[in-house]
Design a protein around this ligand. Structure first.
Ligand SMILES: Nc1ncnc2c1ncn2[C@@H]1O[C@H](COP(=O)(O)OP(=O)(O)OP(=O)(O)O)[C@@H](O)[C@H]1O
Ligand SMILES: [Mg+2]
Length: 288
């Protein structure tokens, strides 16, 4: 495990240098409970970023349950598995969408790769280094914390955690923050409250989470925004047409616009990659 960890460490170190050089910002989108809106958020935020002139790649890393392509309404002919099998190059597994964002799909066959989890991570990290021409990479993860989501979160610059106001979702979100904190994966987590009926529901939900986190954990969480519950999200999914495109003036689209502007205003292109030593320590703690 130590050997594997040191391999991964080397790759992450190199990757950090690369992303630093190219100024790529990598967001890892997480949740505790499933079905809280990660994929819709990732896809629509990605499109919003492209509308503001950023070059965006979405990586659908939800092993076995990939569906970002469905939200985007585009057919996928290639996926990460083609790269693993050696049938395609990284450039060949990128699918373009009509909305400016590009997509790499995990592919349902990735489920078979679970046993090779560590190798898979190594492979993904190696190949990400060769991706050029992007300003932002958004990794749409599966629900919960697995070694896979931990690796992707280590690789990313920022973690965005999605929850709804439901107590069950909130409890699971807290558990994710706890894993991040206990393993020193990041010292900060951005939180988005999805499916709210008002701004105050968003703020109250965030404050509830904040109180618990401040009481029990040594990590900071940031109120990055909220997304209105909006029937047009479902309508857009039925039409396989992202809601920021189909319903640009909907409450949900306005919410995404606000979040996107906030992320850009935060000077998102300032490097925020953990230094090599920190990463090395984290890798040893998690895999070693
Ligand atoms: N803002 C919203 N308003 C209304 N419905 C929403 C909103 N966001 C998400 N949903 C609903 O929640 C469902 C799940 O969304 P999504 O697939 O994005 O969640 P997920 O977190 O990616 O799920 P998984 O954990 O399975 O990957 C959507 O199909 C949609 O019906
Ligand atoms: Mg999803």
């Amino acid at each position: 495990m130590i050997d594997q960890a040191s391999n991964l460490r080397k790759i992450i170190d190199e990757n950090s240098k690369e992303t630093e050089k190219k100024n790529i910002k990598i967001y890892s989108v997480l949740s505790g409970k499933g079905g809280v809106g990660k994929t819709n958020f990732s896809v629509n935020l990605g499109i919003k970023f492209t509308q503001k002139g950023k070059r965006v790649l979405i990586i659908d890393a939800d092993v076995g349950m990939t569906n970002a392509n469905i939200v985007l309404g585009i057919p996928i002919r290639t996926n990460l598995f083609d790269l693993i099998k050696g049938n395609k190059t990284v450039g060949e597994i990128i699918t373009k969408s009509p909305y400016g964002v590009d997509l790499i799909s995990g592919g349902s066959e990735l489920l078979e790769m679970e046993k090779l989890n560590f190798e898979k991570q190594k492979w993904v990290l190696e190949n990400l280094r060769h991706l050029e021409n992007y300003d932002i990479i958004i990794i749409d993860n599966g629900a919960g914390m697995t070694k896979q989501t931990i690796s992707f979160s280590l690789l990313s610059d920022e973690i965005i955690l999605i929850t709804t106001p439901e107590p069950t979702a909130l409890t699971d979100a807290y558990r994710v923050i706890k894993v991040i904190s206990n393993n020193n994966i990041k010292d900060k987590v951005k939180v988005i409250i999805n499916q709210v009926d008002s701004k105050s529901t968003g703020d109250d939900t965030f404050n509830k989470l904040l109180m618990t986190v401040n009481t029990f954990l040594d990590i900071s969480i940031e109120n990055t925004g909220y997304i209105y519950s909006d029937i047009r999200v479902n309508k857009a999914i039925m039409d396989q047409n992202p809601f920021v495109i189909k319903y640009p003036n909907s409450l949900a689209s306005e919410s995404i616009e606000n979040i996107c502007s906030k992320l850009i205003d935060e000077n998102i292109f300032i490097k925020n990659i953990s230094n090599a030593k920190e990463l090395r320590n984290k890798i040893y703690r998690i895999f070693g």
